[in-house]
Write a new protein. Sequence first.
Length: 448
Amino acid sequence: MISYSGLIAKLQKRNMTRSDLVSALGISSHTVAKIGRGERISDPELKKIADYLGCPPDALWEEAPASGKPDSRMLLIKNAVLYDPARRGKKDVLIAFDRILAVEDSVSPVGYDTEVIDASGMILVPGLIDQHVHVIGGGGEEGLRSRVPEIAFSDIVKAGVTTLVGVLGTDGVTRDVETLLAKTKALNEEGVTARCLTSAYNYPPVTLTGSVMRDIVFLSEVLGCKLAVSDHRACHPTRDEIIRLVSEIRMAGLIGGKPGVLHIHVGIDPAGIEPLMDIVRTTDIPVFHFRPTHMTRHIEQAVPFNKMGGYADFTAHDSLAPVLYGYRDRLDPSLVTISSDSNGSIPKWDAAHEHVIGMGVGKMTSLLKTLRQLVTEGFALEQALPFFTENVAKGLLMYPRKGAVRPGSDADLLLLREDLTEDTLVAKGQILMRDGRVTKFGYYEDPV
């Protein structure tokens, strides 16, 4: 493994990225991609780049640690206004490997290899957590040609997301848990934190090991199970079937040390989540394990569900900010989360819900857009941020490793400009975006 930290530093001084080498020097996009993956490039290509930058080739690269851990260089972010997500004022944050070491009013560089980012005038927040992502693509309601492509690593980076949960959707036939798990593992290798859920809309559930419990207990990435209710595309499980399923998920979570969540797609049927609330009212199953999403459709039910202690997940959308602001005094803000439904299909149905008359696709960038809209609508930034960070982390039993900027937390950080647009993203201690430009791409992505 090769570290091109010297090259990246010299390019940044010229306000350039790796992809600029294509137009400046005629370097192939394949070579640029190899640099992004930390693979060795040919000596003539390295010399060509070194001559252009006015330095010896040895100044551009070094062997990465054999352990495979992140670059040993420390990272210091100075002079940022920190939201954790509560406002904590101007702070310096020191990172080593993939953890935060210190958060202080002032921190001095430690050692010769500390990289310093002057974040004056910027806002530092925890990396966003997206718990509803169709990482291998969703869709299929308009034939096989409507299967949505899988998510690209750079799309995750552009969205400011450092942790995500992959899910299946309507299609549990041409998409399967095996492929979902493989993509989840790949995203972890590429540089973010990825987890996933077993099954899809289906009942009985589709699994990898043969049972929901075994998937959750034995597959480290699997946090729970997916299901759909109140939707004409769902399998319409009975009350007893839902009780048996969530009881199995709860036991699997206890055995496997997982949150054990039943992540529930809720369609537009007027019943909404009433069957779930009835189970909570009439059994001893903790409400913690029920995670309904797309709750804008049933926001009146989200209010009593919050009062029961249940998390209500809303899908990021242009119309969400005014809705949440209108319900700000009725919803429990500590139990509200927002996810993107990224790379899932968004079919538009005719009045009878029989035929698809249009199709859209969820975008992960809707998270930051919705954050900005919430602030414009009237939420203070420290009120809106937990919906994308702290609340999600607590619901997935990841807090304060995730969703916080504290000593010991994972080094997953997002620097925002004053207008709340993205500037720099750090995940697992590695810079994935700098000055609004992606610096780390997926294995097969062309950075040009």
